[in-house]
Design a binder for this molecule. Structure first.
Ligand code: UTP
Length: 226
């Protein structure tokens, strides 16, 4: 059975808009897809993580502890998705990639958030993909692929249907200096998938048709890196 990792941003899972309908439909999609492939889902922290991190920073809390606040938010989102999946998933967020890989031996769907300070859930998704030898990694983000500039700011931005790992490395390290949500896939995660030659499928996670197709490895609306 194919093994697929899905990195789903907090800004996709719980942006505060139609979240109930979306999460219900997402859970149904994942349960159906899990009949065909084993799924490892990594949830981001989104605005809840950002709120706590900014609040903590204003309180003078140091960076490593701010990361821990972020990790807690990613795990809260992971638990929410697990509860929405009912009996279909490993019942708690895996705390690290080792636990996730082990849980995958007995469960069709494993959900986790972050692991340790110093990276984002993109990097975690690449680490679990490496650990289990995933066939592909799906990045369910809030744009429908990778563009040559920010499509929300530039209406002439051009989307890539396909790009190489080196092109993604250039984009992710250039954007990383600015930090924040415009980073399509974090540089650490990019290095791992490039080294392991794991294809990255980037789609709009709120477009459930595109998400389903990319999970199943079929032609989809988005960008393939590989
Ligand atoms: P996210 O992966 O959600 O970061 O982790 P993000 O780039 O804001 O992603 P979106 O918006 O959900 O798509 C939130 C924060 O949690 C900490 C980092 O501080 C990160 O910015 N974190 C997360 C870690 O320190 N380690 C992890 O393994 C995961």
């Amino acid at each position: 059975m194919e093994q697929v990792v899905i990195s789903i941003g907090g800004s996709v899972l719980v942006p505060g808009k139609d979240d109930v309908d979306y999460i219900k439909s997402l859970a149904e999609l994942l349960l159906n897809a899990s009949a065909k492939c084993k799924l490892f889902v990594v949830t981001g922290g989104g605005r809840i993580a950002r709120y706590y991190i900014n609040l903590g920073r204003d309180l003078g809390i140091e960076e490593q502890n701010l990361d821990e606040l972020g990790i807690e938010a990613t795990r809260l989102n992971a638990k929410l998705l697990i509860l929405a999946l009912g009996d279909g998933a490993y019942p708690k967020p895996a705390l690290d990639v080792k636990e996730a890989a082990q849980a995958g031996n007995n469960h069709k769907i494993v959900v986790m958030g972050g692991t340790v300070p110093g990276h984002t859930t993109d990097a975690v998704s690449a680490m679990i993909a490496e650990k289990i030898g995933a066939q592909r990694l799906v990045n369910a983000t809030n744009v429908n692929g990778i563009y040559d500039s920010d499509p929300k700011q530039n209406s002439h931005a051009k989307r890539f249907d396909k790009m190489s790992y080196d092109q993604l490395k250039d984009i992710s390290s250039a954007n990383h200096d600015k930090a924040g949500p415009n980073v399509i896939f974090d540089p650490k995660g990019t290095r791992i998938i490039a080294r392991e030659k794991i294809p990255l499928f980037v789609c709009n996670g709120r477009d459930l048709h595109a998400l389903k197709k990319s999970i199943l490895g079929e032609e989809f609306d988005g960008t393939i890196v590989g």
